[in-house]
Ligand binder design. Structure first.
Ligand code: HMG
Ligand code: MG
Length: 310
């Protein structure tokens, strides 16, 4: 067993987003039975949180139009899986099914707010305010995402102060956690540190923050290490590196959960995930999708190659 390094957390929580962020971006519509099996297998592999789907408009994300069907099939097994809700209509759909965790998703930039939510920056907050208030009144836990924290494909680099301002406004609506999204994967380790320093200076604690990296420029693992060094203990990741955002050109897969697990194992940081079961799941999902996983660790271990460094 590798000893944890001085200055790094000894345990992290991996927040799995493959069934939602991953499958929302697939050209092919995955059958609902396969989605249910995917979620069950991820839970079985020890992932403590599995974000299952989105209650968005089915015309905007047809890949997840079966959200209610999926959550009904999952029954009690899916009750604690978070789902995205952009507005009160989405919240109502989640409440009807007795779900307990929802996530709103705002944008740090004006252009992406328009493209992803059909709202201006201020209008998105007006849409979220009653959604979060009613969710909290009903006893639900609410996560808030803020997208385009590092760069925006239409606006270019996004000022850190702007991200902190929008992120805090989203969090202060009543969220328990704010996930900082590098939607198009342009962030670098130095930028991660600057952003986290700015959130700390604005009074947010590392326990209130999660990091959500996409791997478009191959920086996701380096960025995760930089965030670990800043004390972050919640990381979003997607099994097999599936993912992207259909409304953000150039957004590719998320940080692969297997790659993150390999890094954490090497640093002696606990996470509770069974890497072999996870790799098996991603190999199986690659078969369902008909293409190989982009995760380097899945490619290596999926062919039965090596042992974990732990
Ligand atoms: P809109 O067209 O402005 O909606 O879309 P509206 O409020 O004007 O309503 C129009 C109609 O849609 C109405 O029906 C509503 O009832 C219905 P009508 O009266 O015309 O019959 N409607 C809904 N139906 C089902 N479920 C709903 C819903 N809401 C309204 N929830 C809306 C606004 C927000 C709905 C739309 O823009 C939308 O669904 N956007 C979702 C886009 C999305 O899911 N993007 C991907 C997730 S974000 C992401 O991936 C980034 C992240 O991973 C972090 C990162 O990487 O940075 C989280
Ligand atoms: Mg994402």
């Amino acid at each position: 067993m590798v000893e944890p390094r001085e200055g790094l957390p000894d345990r992290v929580l991996i927040y799995e987003v493959g069934p939602r962020d991953g499958l929302q971006n697939e050209a092919a519509i995955v059958p609902v039975d396969a989605k249910a099996e995917f979620v069950r297998r991820l839970i079985g592999a020890g992932l403590p949180v599995v974000e299952a789907t989105s209650f968005v408009h089915p015309r905007w994300v047809p890949q997840l139009a079966d959200a209610a069907d999926l959550m009904t099939r999952l029954g009690d097994a899916g009750r604690d899986c978070p789902v995205l809700v952009p507005n009160e209509r989405g919240l109502d759909r989640a409440l009807e099914l007795g779900l307990r965790h929802v996530a709103i998703f705002g944008s740090a930039t004006e252009t992406f707010a328009q493209r992803n939510l059909n709202r201006s920056l201020d209008e998105q907050l007006a849409m979220f305010e009653p959604t979060v208030r009613r969710a909290r009144e009903a006893g639900l836990d609410v996560r808030a995402y803020v997208s385009m924290c590092f760069g925006d494909p239409w606006e270019g680099p996004v000022p850190v102060a702007q991200v902190v301002d929008v992120g805090k406004r989203l969090f202060d609506l009543g969220a328990s956690q704010l996930s900082l999204g590098d939607t198009i994967g342009v962030g670098t380790a130095g930028h991660v540190r600057s952003l986290l320093d700015a959130f700390a200076a604005a009074g947010m604690t590392v326990g209130q923050l999660a990091m959500h990296f996409h791997d478009t420029y191959g920086q996701a693992l380096a960025n995760a290490l930089a965030a670990l060094e800043c004390g972050i203990t919640t990381f979003d990741a997607s099994a097999g590196g599936l993912g992207g955002c259909p409304y953000a050109k150039s957004a590719t897969g998320n940080l692969a959960t297997e790659d993150l697990v390999w890094l954490l194992n090497g640093l002696g940081i606990e996470h509770g995930v069974d890497l072999a079961a996870l790799v098996d799941t991603s190999v199986w999902m690659a078969g369902v999708l008909g293409r190989p996983s982009p995760s380097a660790v899945v490619r290596a271990l999926g062919s039965g190659a090596a042992e974990s460094p732990a």
